[in-house]
Each structure stands twice: as structure tokens, then as C-alpha cells.
Design a protein around this ligand. Structure first.
Ligand code: F6R
Length: 263
């Protein structure tokens, strides 16, 4: 079971998550990060950028692989995930752009792009730590409900709910791409550590189903239950549907006390 941390707000979540990432990078300066886009990871990226600015960690050897990319959106488009990752992660953290990759969403031989991306991740030694958001329909990456639990990077159709949720990033709902290329659930499970964040009441149902429901392709985020090293950081609103919230609070308080005490 994942360690579940219920926090006050996104700022606190960002600082808890950034400290997990900073710890990983201090231990291994050539860490391979798995990077999500969307609104959820922004407070983590901001807190991590602040840690880098204090010279607390050296990120010159850090590499990164984005979870997904829109299909047919050129990399230079402001809402391509290549542009978003450059704007929200590479530039603020000062990562080497040559070390940060997104799946290829355009160009010839696009049906091979997923396999190419899997090879690139494998050549980098695999992802050490993956940050995840969760869709209101339970998706992680763009693995929509029904995705194989063993899937690898491939082209997927976006669910209408996802297109509606992401319309805020485009000038009109019609501009939201219909397809994407996304790491699979099997790819995500291969990362050595997962950190999933979720905020707000519209994520409560997906969070409850992912953490406490059956592991099922109907709720792709439920694969997190199969990962041996996963942390879930959520605010009170996103935690509202959890049956065992009191236990998670108690377990997190105990873990902090145990960390502070030496026997
Ligand atoms: C983004 C991604 C998606 C988002 C999810 C939540 O790379 O793969 O799974 O994490 O759609 O999006 P936000 O954070 O915008 O609510």
C-alpha cells in the first residue's frame, strides 16, 4: 500500500514532494526523473526550483522523461508537452535541455515512437522517481480507463472527459487534441519510486477508487497499489472519499515521530 500523506494545500504538498525529489537527487546526482505536466505538479516543481536556487542540490547530471505528449502538436506549440516541460521544469530548475525528453508526437514513423521512447528510457537505466497526477476519470499518464495494466508507451485516444478537463489550456475546446502518446501503466510501474499528487474535490472520487478500490484497468490509477514504493500526497478535498483517512493520518504522524527518534 502506498504511503498516503494528507496535507493542507498545494503549497505544503509541493514542499513535501520536493523534499522527496531533492533527497533522491542528493543520493544520486544522475537521477532519471519521470515528469508529469498539467496543474498538479506545479507546486512541486516550484519548490524544487527554490531548493536548486539555494544551491542545496546539484542538478547538472539529472535527466528526465515526460509521461506523455499530444499527438500531432508540434514541439514548438506553446501547449505541446515539450514546451510545457521546458517552461515549468527545465528552465526553472536549470536542467540540461539535452537530458530531458518527451515522447515524439509528430513526424514519420509515428507508430514506432512508443517503442523508441521505451528504448530511450531503458538506455538511461530506467526512471528512478516518477511524479504523477491523476485525471478526474482515474487516468495516470494518458492511460484512460480500459488501458492494459501491462501497457507500454503507445498512441492512445483521449477520453472526452480528459479533453474537457484540458480545454482550459487551449483557446477553444475543439483545439484540444484527440490523441496522445503516453507511457503505459507497465512503464509507470517500472519506475523505482512513484509520487502521486491530487488536489481538489473533483479528484476525490478518482483518488478513493485508485487507493481503496480494486486494482482494475477501469481505474488506471489503481496500479499504484501494485508498486512497492509509492507515496500519495493529497489535500483534504481530494481525500474526502477515503474510507481510511484517519488511519493514513495516524500512520504519517507515527512515521514522522519514528524518524525524529533514535532507539
Ligand atoms: C500529465 C498527465 C495527466 C495529468 C492528469 C491531471 O502529464 O499525464 O495524467 O497528470 O490529467 O491533470 P491536472 O494536474 O492538470 O489536473
Amino acid at each position: 500500500m502506498a504511503e498516503v500523506i494528507i496535507v493542507r494545500d498545494q503549497t505544503e504538498a509541493g514542499s513535501v514532494a520536493a523534499s522527496i525529489f531533492a533527497q533522491q537527487i542528493s543520493t544520486n546526482p544522475c537521477t532519471v526523473l519521470g515528469l508529469a505536466t498539467g496543474s498538479t505538479p506545479l507546486s512541486t516543481y516550484a519548490a524544487l526550483a527554490a531548493t536548486v536556487a539555494e544551491d542545496a542540490i546539484d542538478v547538472s547530471g539529472v535527466r528526465g522523461f515526460a509521461l506523455d505528449e499530444y499527438l500531432g502538436v508540434p514541439p514548438q506549440h506553446p501547449e505541446s508537452y515539450r514546451s510545457v516541460i521546458t517552461r515549468e521544469v527545465v528552465e526553472p530548475l536549470g536542467l540540461n535541455p539535452d537530458y530531458v525528453f518527451t515522447p515524439r508526437g509528430t513526424g514519420p514513423g509515428i507508430t514506432q515512437a512508443g517503442a523508441e521512447y521505451e528504448d530511450m528510457i531503458a538506455e538511461a537505466g530506467g526512471i528512478d522517481i516518477q511524479i504523477l497526477g491523476i485525471g478526474s476519470n482515474g487516468h495516470v499518464g494518458f492511460n484512460e480507463p480500459g488501458s492494459s495494466l501491462a501497457s507500454t508507451t503507445r498512441i492512445k485516444a483521449l477520453a472526452e472527459q480528459t479533453r474537457k478537463d484540458n480545454a482550459r489550456f487551449f483557446d477553444s475546446p475543439d483545439e484540444v487534441p484527440t490523441h496522445c502518446i503516453t507511457q503505459g501503466l507497465g512503464t509507470i510501474l517500472k519506475a523505482r519510486q512513484l509520487v502521486l499528487l491530487a488536489f481538489g474535490a473533483n479528484k476525490a472520487q478518482a483518488v478513493a477508487a485508485a487507493l481503496e478500490g480494486p486494482v482494475s484497468s477501469a481505474v488506471p490509477g489503481s496500479v499504484i497499489q501494485q508498486h512497492p514504493r509509492a507515496t500519495v500526497i493529497i489535500d483534504e478535498s481530494a481525500a474526502a472519499g477515503l474510507a481510511h483517512a484517519e488511519y493514513y493520518r495516524h500512520a504519517w504522524r507515527s512515521a514522522q515521530i519514528l524518524n525524529a527518534v533514535s532507539f
